[in-house]
Design a protein around this ligand. Structure first.
Ligand code: PLP
Length: 444
């Protein structure tokens, strides 16, 4: 197997064989507490028989049928209706995929097609953001604002420009200007430079996820949306991480008060019980791209009957078990404990929104100079069997939404122990190396 993000010389892999709720067990019988929800997706917890039974029931009735041409299947119709009901702003149709990256690609293609069919074929530019993550399909990777996903894979999709996102903890990025004002000015200048009549769409995560759980100031997205709309530029919100309860809402767009043209979802849609994504599309786009000639291009497994049945059952579980409220309750409980880490001289900022938590490490919290976080997950796991993740300088915690207070306490204690011990030792010995945050075509 080629394991993503595993250096070739590492042979020690952890083979997970069993899971229940937030608990996991590996092939050696060692137990773990999953504080990442796999890759931020096991919302309803691992090992659920109710979802397995729904999958088995659908498979024995009709496992799959194509959604191409005039064909479809019953679970995909019901799931599309459900998603339109839950949507954060009026959405007209749903396009199903096998994951988040495919849904990002579909949104980018639809955005360009929208302008092409409206007689503006020059509108092909895509605005994205540094530090944004949109998957590793070529469209998604091109939109992703992290150089490691571009280097060696070129040429990327042309006509993509990366802008600065607001990251209030790093005022040095904005040369003394207010972050939102800086970003809006940069957006205005970029539109002027490229020409509004050449820009199709802007894509962004409402809350930066992989980059470290960074929520923008509350006026950022509404103002971006207004500016884009005044130039006829569409907006894609990539809610692959944030949709379906992670922030305590069905969609983060509700929290941020912004009505996009597209919402990209995956992960929590099925809690990982089936690989699926769903792109929600607003009516004015549907009118142009899906009517008359129709939309060309589909994924074989899009609208998979078993996947859609599982997604419906998964969303029902989230409603029945009040998991949106649970994300806020357990998230606040865990966040309150982790925020105390801000007193440590190696912690810059602890950010928590529902059950999305980022603990940003810093060489010196006053300057925000980044400190590598790569050593934290293996140490926490070895000592306590608790699984957390990291990006270059941030520890990421995103447990299943079914995590109990008691389990959250264990996570908080394990992370606190490791960071406190390191901070104490750092006072006596030289620190781990600083990391340079990787950026693409950043102007600062
Ligand atoms: N968009 C965002 C915001 C993501 O976090 C991810 C995956 O983590 C993706 C897109 C890509 O999704 P997938 O890995 O299902 O293709």
């Amino acid at each position: 197997m080629i394991h993503p993000h595993l250096p070739g010389d590492v042979t020690d892999r952890i083979v997970m064989v069993e899971g229940s709720g937030c608990r996991l067990r590996d092939a050696h019988g060692r137990e773990y507490l999953d504080a990442t929800g796999g890759l931020l997706l096991a919302h309803v917890g691992h090992g659920r028989r109710d979802l397995a039974e729904v999958a088995a029931g659908q498979m024995t009735k009709l496992e799959y049928y194509s959604s191409f041409h005039e064909f479809t299947n019953e679970p995909s119709i019901r799931l599309a209706e459900k998603l339109i009901d839950l949507a954060p702003s009026p959405m007209e149709r749903v396009y199903f995929t096998s994951g988040g990256g495919e849904a990002v690609d579909a949104a980018l293609r639809m955005a360009r097609l929208y302008h092409h069919r409206r007689g503006e074929p020059e509108r092909t530019w895509i605005l994205a953001r540094n530090f944004g993550y949109h998957g590793v399909s070529y469209g998604g990777a091109a939109a992703t604002g992290m150089p490691m996903f571009h280097q060696g894979f070129g040429p990327m999709l042309p006509n993509v420009r990366h802008l600065t996102p607001p990251m209030p903890f790093h005022p040095e990025m904005y040369g003394g200007e207010d972050p939102t004002e800086f970003c809006l000015r940069e957006l205005r200048e970029t539109i002027e430079e490229i020409g509004a009549d050449r820009i199709a769409v802007m894509i962004g995560e409402p809350i930066l996820g992989v980059a470290g759980v960074i929520e923008p100031p509350s006026d950022y997205w509404p103002r971006v949306r207004e500016l884009l709309a005044s130039h006829g530029i569409l907006l894609i919100l990539d809610e692959v991480i944030t949709a379906f309860g992670r922030t305590g809402h069905w969609f983060a767009a509700e929290r941020l008060g912004v009505a996009p043209d597209f919402v990209v979802t995956a992960k929590g849609l099925t809690s990982g019980y089936f690989p699926m994504g769903a792109l929600l599309v607003a009516d004015r786009v549907v009118d142009v791209v899906a009517r008359d000639e129709g939309f060309i291009g589909g994924y074989t497994y899009g609208g998979h009957a078993t996947g859609c049945a599982v997604a419906l059952a998964n969303l029902e579980i989230m409603e029945r078990e009040n998991l949106l409220a649970a994300a806020v309750d357990v998230g606040d409980h865990l966040g309150a404990q982790l925020r105390r880490l801000e007193e440590l001289p190696i912690v810059g900022q602890v950010r928590q929104i529902g059950l999305m938590i980022g603990i940003e490490l810093a060489q010196d919290p006053d300057t925000g100079e980044p400190l590598s976080a790569g050593w934290v997950p293996p140490l926490v796991r070895e000592r306590s069997g608790i699984i957390v993740r990291n990006n270059p300088n941030t520890v990421l915690v995103s447990p299943p939404l079914v995590m109990s207070h008691d389990e959250a306490d264990q996570v908080a204690a394990a992370v606190t122990d490791v960071l406190t011990e390191y901070a104490t030792r750092k006072r006596k010995r030289p620190a781990a190396p600083a990391v340079v945050l990787p950026v693409l075509d950043t102007p600062w």
